[in-house]
Design a protein around this ligand. Sequence first.
Ligand code: SAM
Ligand code: SF4
Ligand code: SF4
Length: 335
Amino acid sequence: MDVSDQLGRPLHDLRISVTDRCNFRCVYCMPKEVFGPSFAFLPRAELLTFEEITRLARIFAGLGVHKLRITGGEPLVRKNVESLVESLAAIPGIDDLAMTTNGALLTAARAEALKDAGLRRITISLDSLDNQVFQSINDVGFPVEKVLQAVENAAQAGLNPVKINMVVKRGVNDQDILPMAEYFRGTGHILRFIEYMDVGTANGWRLDDVVPAADILARVGAQWPLEPVTPDRPGDVARRFRYRDGEGEIGMISSVSQPFCQYCSRARLSPEGQLYLCLFGQTGYDLRRLLREGATDQKIEDAVRSVWSGRRVRYSEERSQATPRPKVEMFRIGG
Ligand code: SAM
Ligand code: SF4
Ligand code: SF4
């Protein structure tokens, strides 16, 4: 039976972070100074197995979840993640299965394997078309061309429309807003601009670094007029706009300037099986302990129901009043 929280928000989406590791060191997510060679990532035994993840996802589906997104860290660094996709796709009630990736490992063969396993949609992150800028962001020297190739690999495999996530940080890549829009216009891919968020504590976020979605929209719209598209669902995090000349659409994820907590129906599962009720969560609820203590499905379902029923969090709507506090890092719960 479906479950709602204290603000009447149902539980519809689950984001599953399958690893805390990543082959990039994006400065706004896993800055090298913090996530250097001596950083202790989770040992393998601490990670949920694919069987454990699938079991949890099935239980969540029983509570009303119909949309799953596999993320990380970088989900494609987890070995044989295709087999997890296959098990998740087979869960009754799951009608949408997506992945967010940096694309570095998304070869044509891998994209096809993911599609064949049952992946429906893919989002590929790319913050600039300028190699110097992109490499200064990913901080491992990864070239733009390879990510663009990954986008094409995904499209060729039939994972359409491919979404592209661009996190905009003032003074870092805001000059790339128009070139990115121009590049993806008319391709069928959907570029989504994301306001730089104060997730975690490692990235030293400042409000001044955020370019508000309204500014981005004005800049793109001045060049190529736009009109709003009615959202598919009220809970959609991206506001959609289409080019009036028919060259496709873009999305705006304005979690800082226009929070959407009111509709947030999303839970997050960390690689080690902690359940988080918000991207800005402080602590998780330990589902792995229940799994490994031999709890029945019913017991786990009751626990999730009770945690979700007590949920009140709406961090982004309260951000301006919030006192600074420790928060979970993005690479643990996957955005
Ligand atoms: N590694 C994969 C990737 O980069 O696509 C998946 C995980 S990543 C944490 C998920 C998304 O969060 C990416 O699109 C990334 O750009 C975005 N992200 C990371 N840190 C962010 C921040 N501080 N503000 C806004 N978006 C952020
Ligand atoms: Fe890795 Fe994605 Fe974070 Fe970049 S945003 S460091 S690719 S997890
Ligand atoms: Fe949901 Fe938390 Fe983001 Fe608000 S701040 S939309 S509650 S994840």
